[in-house]
Design a protein around this ligand. Structure first.
Ligand SMILES: NC(=O)c1ccc[n+]([C@@H]2O[C@H](COP(=O)([O-])OP(=O)(O)OC[C@H]3O[C@@H](n4cnc5c(N)ncnc54)[C@H](OP(=O)(O)O)[C@@H]3O)[C@@H](O)[C@H]2O)c1
Length: 305
């Protein structure tokens, strides 16, 4: 099988013929139909996560995918060869930017027939991140005021819809070019971050920050006392100067079968639209990394295998 492998940080990925991995206990091997690109892929390939997470090289990158099970390891009762599933690879093993990959069954779920592989693949990291942040950490309920930063991004475009579905009044930051796009996904209010300062706003119950840095630091100001700032992108702050009356929580993102199954069910019912905006043939996969690296990709990028 062919896979895109990283041999050296900062060097181009190489498309290579690789041995087919055998699924171990609790694992399923999948013929990949689609795999999404997440910022962690280009950050890893550029060596930006060295010291935090340094996989042994060469390594196949890519975290999530959808495809057909072709073998299962000992103890797997959830799936059998021929099943259509989506899931997230184990960080300790080769990833999903390949024709075949191995997934822990505990991080995978059946793909409903009316959710296409590209949409299912895109939910594994971005969808589960938005779900954990809004449903489990911020515990969004009807009527709360929610600010989602970067509503046009992979996580944000799903978070806008999840927040809206949970009954929140949803505001989001994006550039002017993405304002209508964010509204189409359910944002009630759009803040063009190139022209307006979101930090002058007040009265939010929760903020989802996927941008980090100064955006993270300045987000606490908009929260009501007792509000929650939940964040994903690496940032050095976990308490806010002058705001000991708000919660600042890093979402601990772990894909589980239950979380992914819920998202897939929402997609199947049509209450969650998976915004796959860029589809890239397998042979051009590095183009997906380059687009993600711009920091301005809209929605999700998916590699079609
Ligand atoms: N900890 C975890 O497990 C975890 C999980 C998922 C994601 N993450 C991290 O979360 C971050 C976001 O992930 P993602 O997949 O959503 O990224 P993404 O899809 O690459 O985000 C791109 C979007 O960010 C928007 N953007 C850029 N700068 C902005 C700013 N200053 N204010 C508002 N919007 C801005 C862009 O919109 P415009 O073009 O309109 O500017 C673009 O649509 C990444 O750093 C990722 O590594 C972490």
């Amino acid at each position: 099988m062919r896979a895109w492998r990283l041999h050296d940080y900062g060097q181009p990925l190489r498309l290579e013929e690789c041995a087919l991995a055998q699924p171990g206990p609790g694992e399923a091997r999948v013929r990949v139909a689609a795999a999404s690109v997440n910022p962690i892929d280009w950050k890893l390939s550029a060596g930006l996560l060295r010291g935090v997470f340094e996989p042994q090289l060469p390594r196949v990158l890519g975290r999530d995918c959808a495809g057909t099970v072709d073998a299962v390891g000992p103890g797997v009762t959830e799936f059998a060869p021929g099943d259509e599933i989506a899931g997230v690879a184990d960080m300790a093993r080769d990833g999903t930017h390949a024709e075949c990959c191995v997934l822990p069954a505990a991080q995978a779920a059946r793909r409903p027939a009316n959710v296409p592989p590209d949409a299912a693949a895109a939910l594994g990291v971005a969808g589960v991140s938005a779900y954990i942040a809004l449903v489990e950490v911020a515990k969004i309920t009807s009527g709360v005021h929610l600010l989602v930063h970067a509503g046009a991004g992979g996580v944000g475009s799903l978070a806008l819809q999840i927040g809206r579905q949970l009954g929140a009044e949803v505001s989001t930051t994006c550039s002017a070019a993405n304002a209508d796009y964010c509204r189409s996904l359910g944002a009630h209010h759009v803040i063009d971050y190139t022209a307006e300062d979101f930090a002058t706003l007040r009265g939010f119950d929760a903020v989802l920050d996927t941008v980090g840095g100064a955006v993270h630091e300045r987000s606490a100001a908009v929260l009501k006392p007792g509000g929650t700032l939940v964040w994903l992108a690496a940032a050095p702050f976990d308490a806010m100067p002058g705001r000991n009356d708000v919660r600042v929580v890093r979402a601990d993102v772990r894909c589980t079968a239950d979380r992914l199954a819920t998202l897939l069910e929402w997609a199947a019912r049509g209450t969650l639209r998976v915004p796959v905006e860029t589809r890239i043939p397998f042979a051009d996969a590095p183009r997906g990394y380059a687009l993600s690296r711009t920091g301005h990709a809209r929605g999700k990028i998916v590699i079609l295998t």
